[in-house]
Design a protein. Structure first.
Lengths: 627, 396
């Protein structure tokens, strides 16, 4: 049985058996409407069909003003879903999607006026044109993040509007007449078609591997890159899809209105209205934009009829109330009872046996296997330095990991251990020195490409993708460079070998720390790496959890991992795992060697503890060292 | 058959059935023509939103005209019925409202919303429904271009409004003119009209300076103006821009002999500039002093109904309804083609003067006059032979 958070009864039993430490992190949290469910969403599809049929019946059979109201509703639904692709699923809030609405409107108007293209075809061409234009725009604008992207898009819309208002060809500031005939019903059918298309694209985002990658970008772009997601490509593709919808409806609306000018079709108020609709319905959800757009447009229309003097004030109060009491939108209300959740991506109920999965994976082609160099040195860092402005985080690090080795780095906080890992994984550029992984330098190579080349990492503070299940966290990593079916088998295998079967459908942001670290490890393993960089993967774990992780590290060679490099403070947990320990201090490696030798070295003791007390390799004393 | 295939077929069938049910052709419904039914007029005004400042004035003008005409027996013995709605200054809502007026209600005629951004879509709907549309507040020629059913009834085209300034200034001995215009087409057109009349007045153009519509600091514009040392400065600008430019010129210590603005008629010009507004030139198409037929009735009725003084927007709206009523009388019915013909071919007396339009429906009959602020009041100063005109006090 699966409850609203996708947690099974079995999960709950497991949590109890793992003891109090794991259970303390299992407090359910309010996470809006983004949590998936293991339920099939077939019923939701049926609901959509009924809704569209009812909507069209109402819009087409009603009066012409009803017809026009239906066009407006369908328009806002399409705009809301377009916005939801880039801002809801991909996490890039845009204040300027209206630029594509205006682009579609003007492209359609000009095609109708100058080339006598039929309006419907003109609108489609305008939409496709906007999608093409969105590629370079997205490639530039999506380098910005957060409020800078939002304002950048706002500025772009403003500038484009200003330029077109000065261009005689586009009617200057007075506008263009779009010749045509009365065609409200065909326009309604067309705009509704775009709205349905927009819903379908959002459904694709909610349940496809592509959508999963976009959600990974939304949840944590750096981690997404580290697990092999080509974030720039995903963002630009999402941006293109989000540009298509407003451009299509912009063209249709231009024909319907018969007259356009820059102040109307590039009106920033359209963007603000769409944002409000999506937030009220539930941003980043499949049903939120539809619910928000339909409900609020109807309410606004009814208020204008019934209480014209108070309409704007009442509408504003309504928005404020929804924002305060339903921050996840109307959908989050329904989610509380388990309704309107997205289906878990490729989350099959039954997993094949571990042996069967290993057989299938062994049979599958692994491209990297043939490319592996024969060099015994898997990772070679030579004289690596990293500067952050005036701060020198790494001075000169020489660090080598050989195939078949498990190497741990120790050192006090601020020694530069995580910075070294970031440099190796491509997250920060070294200011000097060279890093060679698997025979090829890593300099200038994007992190996702390094991940796909077999360089996996975990993060010091577990960073699971919060809106995904454990399964999806693992699956999105497994997707890197693999066919979907193979990725599914890889993810299933990882889930099994790390013992995550029981919690695979649990929401990752409800997990205890121990489980989160296991998810980190599982994601790294799902990449099928040659080298895994473990950044304090055992910190904060109970004895039981430590043993699970230690066992996993020991089994790495059997998982196909050539070498393991870790950062660790829990000394007792690594002395019998490590083939070599490297000690760092103030941005440099100061010594390296076998664990027993290193942990008794006077310089290590000085640097690590600052006292004359020996570290006592393998003793209980050292195990509690957490500088 | 897969689930997705079944769903796809379901959508297709449903859409087909629904389209078939609603698939009748979208044709214009004919207006009511019964002899005792009211004559229906649809109109939207902007009571809220960006153009809200115009809404009440226009609404008042429409309603007063309809009430007075109905009180006098209506038109062709039938009452006028005005269906007035708030369009919230939103083009989408305008489309919805005019679909209702033109398609659902089949109104006999429609009055346009405010400004080209709203009037443009409404005018195109009127074209598609082949219903006469009278514009009370739309001066942009682009809205009328190529239309058959739109006429400019409540004001004149922008190109004419300050076209008399060069002659007015030349008569006073000032012939060196600088034009300053907002880069929006509507304001460019006003300065184009002035520029076209400079040569005829024997004057010379010193400079023409254009600034971006978003400009709010006019100090550099004022410097450019002052460099040419013109005797006449014409500000083809929005009201806030005119206030800004006038103030900036003063701050630069530059005073032309004549300063004119198309928006100085706005009360904000006087209240904001105070003494700086004195002796500034503006234009108007309505003034009690002009004494066109119906003016007294309009002023008295407006005061009785709303308790406030009349203004040009209300006068334009009032005149628009006057024109419609006269055209229906002339057509002898509410047949839309006949009324439209009467609107295009006829000329009618209004409180703005004699209505007459060209083949595009653009106003040619109204003759704007120039006024000057003298001791806080607007006094007509040009043409000098205008009824009630006073002698101008120059320099500015």
């Amino acid at each position: 049985m699966i409850d609203d958070t996708g947690t099974t009864a079995g999960d709950r039993g497991r949590h109890r058996s793992l003891g109090a430490v794991l259970a303390r992190g299992m407090r359910p949290r309010h996470t809006g409407g983004r949590l998936p469910s293991a339920r099939s969403d077939g019923t939701q599809g049926l609901v959509l069909v009924v809704l569209v049929a009812a909507f069209l019946a109402w819009g087409l059979l009603g009066s012409l003003s009803t017809n026009q109201l239906a066009i407006d509703i369908a328009m806002f639904v399409a705009l809301a879903y377009g916005f939801n692709i880039i801002s809801g699923f991909t996490g890039y809030i845009s204040f300027g999607q209206v630029v594509f609405f205006g682009f579609g409107a003007f492209a359609t108007a000009l095609l109708v006026i100058h080339l006598d293209v039929p309006w419907f075809l003109a609108a489609v061409l305008g939409g496709l044109g906007a999608a093409v234009v969105a590629v370079p725009i997205g490639a530039v604008m999506l380098r910005l993040q957060g409020i800078y992207f939002a304002l950048g898009m706002f500025g772009l819309a403003y500038v484009v509007s200003l330029l077109l208002s000065q261009w005689e060809f586009t009617g200057g500031s007075t506008g263009l007449v779009v010749p045509g005939v009365i065609a409200q019903k065909p326009v309604l059918l067309s705009v509704t078609g775009v709205a349905v298309l927009a819903f379908a694209v959002n459904a694709f985002m909610a349940r496809s591997p592509f959508g999963l990658r976009a959600m990974a970008v939304r949840d944590d772009e750096q981690v997404a890159e580290a697990v092999g997601v080509a974030t720039t490509r995903v963002k630009v593709m999402a941006f293109v899809l989000s540009a298509l919808m407003p451009a299509l409806v912009g063209g249709m609306v231009a024909y319907n209105r018969g007259f356009i000018d820059t102040s109307t079709v590039f009106n920033p108020a359209i963007d603000l209205q769409v944002i409000v609709l999506v937030l009220a319905g539930g941003i980043g959800t499949l049903w939120g934009p539809l619910i928000g757009a339909v409900l609020l447009t109807l309410i606004s229309d009814q208020l204008a009829t019934a209480l014209p003097d108070y309409q704007l004030a009442l509408f504003g109060v309504l928005i404020v109330l929804v924002t305060i009491f339903l921050p996840g939108g109307v959908v989050s209300l329904v989610n509380r009872w388990g309704g309107l959740r997205r289906e878990i991506v490729r989350g099959t109920a039954d997993l094949p046996t571990e042996a069967e999965l290993e057989r299938r994976l062994a049979a599958a082609h692994t491209p990297r296997a043939n490319d592996r160099a024969d060099d015994p040195d898997l990772l070679v860092c030579t004289d690596v330095g990293v500067d952050f402005g005036g701060v020198r985080a790494l001075r000169s690090v020489d660090f080598t990991v050989r195939r078949g080795q498990t190497v741990f780095i120790i050192g006090a906080n601020g020694a530069g251990k995580t910075t070294l890992f970031n440099a190796i994984a491509g997250a920060v550029p070294p200011s000097k020195g060279t890093i060679v992984f698997d025979g090829r330098p890593v300099h200038g190579v994007p992190a996702h490409q390094l991940a796909r080349r077999g360089l996996a990492r975990t993060f010091q503070i577990p960073r699971p993708f919060a809106s995904m299940t454990v399964w999806e966290n693992v699956y999105v990593a497994a997707l890197g460079g693999r066919h979907r079916r193979q990725a599914q088998e890889q993810a299933a295998w990882v889930v099994q070998v790390l013992g995550l079967e029981e919690i695979r459908f649990a929401a990752s942001d409800t997990l205890a720390v121990g489980h989160r670290r296991m998810v980190e490890l599982a994601r790294a393993l799902a990449l099928g790496p040659s080298l895994i960089l473990l950044d304090e993967v055992m910190a904060g774990m109970s004895e039981d959890e430590l043993e699970v992780v230690r066992d996993a590290i020991r089994r790495m060679p059997s998982f196909g991992v050539d070498a393991v490099a870790g950062i660790e403070h829990v000394i007792k947990a690594i002395v019998d795992l490590a083939d070599e320990i490297v000690v760092m201090d103030r941005g440099s490696t100061i010594i390296s060697g076998e664990p027993t030798e290193i942990l008794r070295h006077p310089e290590v003791i000085r640097a690590y503890l600052g006292t004359g007390v020996g570290l006592g390799a393998g003793t209980a004393v050292a195990g509690d060292v957490t500088p | 058959m897969s689930r997705s295939m079944r769903v796809a077929i379901g959508i297709a069938v449903t859409a087909t059935v629904v389209s078939a049910c609603g698939g009748g052709s979208d044709t214009a419904t004919s207006g009511s023509s019964s002899s005792d039914e009211p004559i229906t007029i649809g109109a939207s005004v902007s009571l809220t939103g960006a153009y809200a400042s115009s809404g009440t004035n226009v609404s008042n003008g429409y309603k007063l005209a309809v009430d007075q005409i109905n009180a006098n027996g209506g038109v062709l013995g039938r009452q006028l019925e005005l269906d007035l709605k708030d369009d919230q200054s939103d083009a989408g809502i305008v489309s919805r409202l005019y679909s209702e007026f033109l398609g659902t209600a089949g109104d006999d005629a429609v009055l346009s919303p405010y400004g080209s951004a709203l009037a443009g879509p409404a005018a195109q709907l009127a074209e598609r429904y082949q219903t006469p549309m009278l514009h009370s507040q739309t001066s942009s020629l682009a809205v009328y271009k190529g239309t058959k059913y739109s006429v400019m009834a409540g004001l004149g085209p922008g190109r004419d409004v300050l076209a008399g300034v060069p002659q007015f200034a030349a008569d006073a001995g000032y012939k060196r003119i600088t034009l300053v215009n907002n880069d929006l087409d509507a304001y460019k057109a006003i300065c184009d009209g002035v520029a076209a009349s400079i040569a005829d007045a024997g004057a010379t153009l010193v400079d023409r300076i254009e600034y971006a519509a978003a400009t709010s600091d006019f100090s550099s514009t004022a410097l450019k103006v002052a460099e040419g040392k013109p005797e006449v400065v014409v500000e083809c600008s929005a009201i806030q821009d005119s206030i800004g430019i006038t103030r900036a010129l003063d701050q630069q210590g530059f005073r032309p002999a004549v300063i004119a603005s198309p928006t100085s008629v706005d009360p904000a010009f006087l209240s904001s500039l105070g003494d700086l507004a004195n002796r500034a030139i503006g234009y108007t198409q309505f003034s009690p002093d002009l004494g066109y037929p119906g003016t007294e009735e309009f002023i008295t009725g407006y005061d009785d109904a709303y308790g406030t003084a009349v203004n040009t927007q209300a006068a334009g709206a009032y005149a628009t309804v006057q024109v419609l009523a006269a055209a229906i009388e002339k057509a002898g019915s509410t047949d839309k083609a006949a009324v439209n013909k009467a609107l295009h071919d006829g000329s009618y007396d209004t409180i703005l003067g004699t209505y007459k339009v060209d083949s595009d429906g653009v106003q040619t009959g109204y003759e704007p006059v120039l006024f000057q602020y003298l001791d806080g009041a607007q006094a007509i100063v040009f043409p000098a032979d205008t009824k009630g005109a006073l002698a101008a006090q120059l320099p500015y």
